[in-house]
Write a protein that binds this ligand. Sequence first.
Ligand SMILES: C[S@@+](CC[C@H](N)C(=O)[O-])C[C@H]1O[C@@H](n2cnc3c(N)ncnc32)[C@H](O)[C@@H]1O
Length: 344
Amino acid sequence: MDLRNRTDGEKVETAKVDPARYIRPAAEQHLVSCRLQPVSQSRKWLDIPHRSEPNQQDAHGFCAIMPVRDFMELWDAVHRWDWFRRSQWLGNFREGKRLLAASIAGVLKDLGLAEGLVLDCSCGLGFQAIVLREAGLRVHGADRGEFAVDRARELARDVGHEIDFFVSRWDELPAKTQLRFDAVFCDALSWLHTDEEMVAALRGLRGVLQAGGVLIFQGAPQGSDAADLRRDSEDWWANVPSASLRWSHTEGAVSCTALSVPSRGDDYIDWRQLYLIDENGAKRLEHITLRESLRWNAGRFTEMARAAGFDCPVTRAVQAWSPGGRPAALNYAVAVGATAASSG
Ligand SMILES: C[S@@+](CC[C@H](N)C(=O)[O-])C[C@H]1O[C@@H](n2cnc3c(N)ncnc32)[C@H](O)[C@@H]1O
């Protein structure tokens, strides 16, 4: 590895494109600065944000590593590259979402909320929200990522729906919309790792619900404890490939190959997402690490949910709605009482 001091004092790594070199321990990856290609039309079209640095290709014509974490939201990179390859999924994005939409609609019907206002608060590019709309629900969408929200709105329009999408983190929802919903759906709560983050998020979700409204979320089987969670995670982890090629796509002068390399800690999984990019013949790598927590069994969810103004989460379905992912239960919890945010 050739580490040199740049004029601004940051370390710069130069590397030839050798995938083995890009798979580095999490602790090391943020020590490495990046070398970027200059702005080009195709990058503008891709809408990938970047630092404006002069071209610093090395003598071999290779650029090196671009850690995305420090200058854009982690999921943003996922959404941008998924949008880049949208011709691959436009015809079938609904397929993995219909089962879950039917389960959500079933919960709402059973609770007498089928006509209610629903918020998909982790809408990403809008797949689930669109399928919920097509299942007959009055759905709005929100996500912390501005790029995702813009594209979700665009995708919904392209497939014939006007869905209201807005940008918000879960903890700030009550301040970001005047609306109070009958149901909020979240497919990403278990990506939070600390109690503080979880309670803040749940309070935000509670605050945007009517009293008696329901939070439907990816959770844990009813009654499960830490040992159940550990056993289930281990069974599942035993079959997770240690590295996988997710997709490869070319659009004009830009090609991208996406790889996933998970690693497991005591109570989390780090999903390393690697994007090997060839842009007009110049190669570079972007990588992010998404941490999925393994801390949330039913007991822990109950503790957090109660602290945030919900009753005890109920398990509605297990596994079926998480194709390809970690076995997950579909839970719901009813918002009890009135909160300052929802009473007005
Ligand atoms: C698994 S992806 C969503 C996929 C999407 N529901 C679909 O159907 O394609 C999880 C999403 O949660 C969003 N997210 C993660 N943490 C968040 C937070 N604290 N507040 C709001 N959105 C968050 C991410 O930006 C990401 O878009």
